[in-house]
Design a protein around this ligand. Structure first.
Ligand code: SF4
Length: 310
């Protein structure tokens, strides 16, 4: 009797059921990976998901710091990263020894780290934040000065919403993808599409978010697209987000502010790697019990804080 060969998607679904696994995908993932995921979101949403899941295995389609955060919140679960080379260059700009250097230099200051940081760095901070709740977390610190890293642009953005002095650590940490946007190109697009609403991620350079109509995390941009009267949007963030936006707001058009704003680390995960990850349980996130225990407190602090303006 003729038997239909199961597709890769069907094989993934079968393995997922057998292993009681959940697939989490960041908004910047490839469309086919977003489609297979149980949940697609930004770092904050994925952290909340990871904290609440009762699955035994978490396949994390994102970069390593995100999978590490899921592991920190789920010490008894198996957290898998389908491609072990998916690491964020911005997170690597703030190793633990630099964190300790700034701790010694500013002993009275509290330290808030963007979730885009290494687990070994998170272990020595007071609180973690995402681009959706950075100002709220900074405002909850009991010091007048707050050290913030590794993204210096997000530090500058959050400074607009707090009376506290925010010191970026290191002084020039940045996301190489969001660095690609520039005001000339966006203004050119805006002149061609005067009705379009310009959206920018706070990881962009300040001059970019200053000319934007809306600034926010990727999920805030998606929510804005759903409630805005605009029918066209010029979007200054990694191009993967536009797939989710188009799915959620079918009547609108979404124009990338820069076509080649592609995070190569995020794009390493493919359907085949997701399948192999589930099949061979690779690549498990491994952290020392000490780092897991130390980093858990600042991550949980963030999860208890509601997102606000920045
Ligand atoms: S988009 Fe930027 S911050 Fe996000 S993972 Fe890629 S390099 Fe890191």
């Amino acid at each position: 009797m003729w038997m239909k060969t199961p597709s890769l998607v069907e094989k993934i679904q079968k393995l997922k059921r057998e292993k009681r696994a959940v697939i989490l995908a960041h908004n910047y993932q490839r469309p086919e990976v977003q489609d297979i995921a149980d949940f697609v979101g930004d770092s904050l949403e994925l952290s909340l998901c990871a904290a609440q899941t009762d699955a035994k295995v978490i396949v994390f389609c994102g970069v390593k710091f995100m999978a590490e955060t899921a592991a920190i919140l789920n010490p008894d679960k198996l957290v898998l990263l389908p491609d072990k080379n998916a690491w964020c260059p911005m997170a690597a700009m703030l190793p633990a020894e630099v964190v300790r250097f700034y701790r010694d230099r500013y002993p009275k200051a509290r330290m808030v780290l963007y979730i885009n940081s290494l687990a070994e760095a998170k272990a020595y901070c007071d609180a973690v934040c995402t681009s959706a709740n950075s100002a709220e977390i900074i405002n909850r610190m009991d010091s007048d000065t707050v050290l913030f890293g590794p993204d210096s642009n997000l530090a500058k953005y959050a400074q607009n919403f707090t009376e506290k002095r925010v010191i970026p650590i290191p002084s020039c940490g940045f996301c190489p993808v969001h660095k690609l946007f520039n005001t000339e190109a966006i203004s050119r697009l805006k002149r061609a599409q005067p009705d379009a609403e310009v959206m920018a991620h706070p990881e962009c350079e300040p001059e970019v978010w200053r000319i934007a109509d809306f600034v926010g995390s990727t999920s805030k941009m998606c929510r804005e697209a759903l409630v805005s009267d605009a029918e066209k949007f010029i979007v200054a963030t990694e191009v993967g987000l536009l797939y989710r936006m188009k799915k959620e707001r079918k009547d609108a058009s979404f124009i990338p502010a820069y076509d080649d704003a592609i995070c190569s680390a995020m794009k390493l995960h493919t359907l085949e790697k997701v399948y192999l990850s589930l099949k061979h349980e690779r690549y498990p996130v491994k952290l020392s019990p000490k780092i897991m225990a130390l980093a858990r407190k600042p991550v949980e602090f963030m999860l208890k804080t509601k997102e606000t303006t920045a």
